[in-house]
Design a protein around this ligand. Structure first.
Ligand code: SF4
Ligand code: SF4
Length: 251
């Protein structure tokens, strides 16, 4: 019998762009409560304990993170001369939600398991890139394709994102990033073009970025649960084909 859990609560409500979900993303959302209800049931006890050992399964909330970004500071993309969708740190790891959105948008051709080898040493790579490179769980998931120059293939010639508004969660929150150990949201060092919004505009924009950070982390937890207790359903949705199961930690 399922019992009420103190772990893996639903994340915050989706924003307006995300509410416009396609069939694959909707089906994924419908699968989540089914998977969550399986945790701590006798049938899935072994899988639940495995998850419990490997992950801190408590979901983040907006109130449980500390924001170390200066008040009102957001990226100034219009004035920016950088292209953060290119370069060594521009490796976009994908979650199941990202994959479902790409499928719904007919963009699944931009998914690959070919990650560029880290060219930079630990000291030069961003914290997020080092985490992604080191995470066995993360490496089972694919990334977005890049062209020969290392630029995301979803970047248009006008420097807009061809996936928006169904762009990956990690793109939606950039350059806000989460230090998992301290639960502090910090400013990714790859983005140097900033502006500070007036108090009338800042709360909404900052809140959207913070929420994208929180949502991204919670989706990672959901992915771990789904992979343990709902693989047949993921396969039926056509999402398991994107995962390199051999890379997952062995039981
Ligand atoms: S580097 Fe920062 S300011 Fe420039 S395009 Fe990327 S997010 Fe925007
Ligand atoms: S998906 Fe869009 S925002 Fe993300 S890296 Fe590619 S072009 Fe940039």
């Amino acid at each position: 019998m399922a019992r009420a859990l103190p772990v893996v609560q639903d994340g915050p409500a989706l924003d307006d762009a995300e509410r416009d979900r396609g069939p694959c993303e909707r089906a994924l959302d419908e699968l989540w409560p089914v998977a969550r209800a399986r945790l701590w049931t006798w049938r899935y006890l072994r899988e639940t304990l495995r998850l419990w050992r490997r992950f801190h399964l408590r979901a983040l909330t907006l109130g449980s993170v500390r924001i170390a970004v200066p008040p009102g500071q957001v990226p100034d993309c219009d004035a920016c001369t950088e292209v953060c969708c290119a370069g060594d740190d521009a490796v976009v790891s994908l979650r199941f939600r990202d994959l479902a959105r790409l499928v719904d948008a007919g963009l699944q051709g931009h998914v690959t398991h070919e990650r560029p080898a880290p060219r930079l040493g630990d000291a030069e790579r961003s914290w997020a890139r080092r985490e992604a490179d080191a995470s066995v769980f993360g490496r089972a998931f694919p990334v977005l394709t890049r062209d020969q120059t290392g630029t995301c293939t979803l970047l248009s010639s006008e420097r807009t994102c061809n996936a928006w508004p169904r762009w990956p969660l990690s793109c939606a929150r950039y350059p806000y990033a989460l230090d998992l150990r301290s639960r502090v949201i910090f400013w990714a060092k790859g983005c140097r073009s900033t502006t500070v919004l007036p108090a009338s505009e800042a709360p909404a924009r900052v809140r959207a970025l913070v929420r994208a950070v929180v949502d991204g982390y919670n989706e990672r937890l959901k992915d771990a649960v789904l992979l343990e207790v709902a693989r047949p359903e993921l396969a039926a949705l056509g999402l398991l084909r994107f995962i390199e199961l051999s890379r997952l930690p062995r039981a």
